[in-house]
Unconditional design. Structure first.
Length: 104
């Protein structure tokens, strides 16, 4: 399917989805009335409601309400697998990059 055909298909199905919702008919009845394939209608309806996840390159962090005595000095990083780096300070910052690469 070419890029133009994709745009045309998206426009075609978006219009029918909007008209179906405005009509008050069931999806099956609307498809019968307009001679549309119900499976394709469902596919495009799902596709139009699912928003792609945009990755910003940032990770979500969680800040506790009160820092523990261990993490009060310097920065701490905890990875999804449970690995934790604590006590990151400006004086040891240059060691962190090689350590992070090693842990990946």
């Amino acid at each position: 399917m070419t890029a133009l055909e994709k745009v045309q298909a998206k426009t075609f199905w978006s219009t029918h989805i909007e008209h179906c919702q405005a009509s008050g008919q069931s999806q099956a009845a609307y498809c019968r009335q307009h001679d549309l394939c119900p499976k394709k209608f469902s596919y495009w309806k799902c596709k139009s409601t699912v928003k792609p996840i945009e990755h910003s390159g940032f990770s979500r962090i969680q800040v506790g309400e009160e820092p523990s005595p261990k993490s009060a000095i310097g920065l701490s990083l905890q990875f999804n697998d449970g690995t934790r780096l604590e006590g990151i300070t400006p004086s040891n910052m240059r060691c962190i990059q090689p350590l992070l690469e090693l842990l990946r």
